[in-house]
Design a protein around this ligand. Sequence first.
Ligand SMILES: [Cu+2]
Length: 154
Amino acid sequence: MNKILLALALTALSAASTTTRAEEVAEITLTADKIQFIFDIKEFSVKPGQKVKLTLINPADSVTRQPHNVLIVKPGKKDVVGMAANNAMADPTFLTTKQAVPDSEEILHHSKLVQAGEQDTIEFTAPTEPGDYPYICTYPGHWAIMNGVMKVVE
Ligand SMILES: [Cu+2]
């Protein structure tokens, strides 16, 4: 009898902890390299529908001082959004008002353009559809190498 109660209690506990994990906020920090145009992590995982708090840190550097941003885009759309950024460079407001974010329906979420020594945090809900969601920096010339993958997995 006691064993059955213990088994029931353990089952209830594990169900509760599973629920808690799915509801936890995924706190992710991406740090730009001081010299190269790359992020420090190439991929991270979140759960479908999970709340995500994503911080982009741009460490100050007296030599390069490159601004960076981060955009989460739809699966398979890294190049489409990157090319849209290339094409937007003729727009005089691209690096100011637009924060180096091109007009594209393939963009799900984006930070502001983060200057050297600054950081920006965005909060969003992860897609409910599992898959590989690329993240890229669309400051001119960066996206082809400054990218990674947000994996949405159960
Ligand atoms: Cu960048």
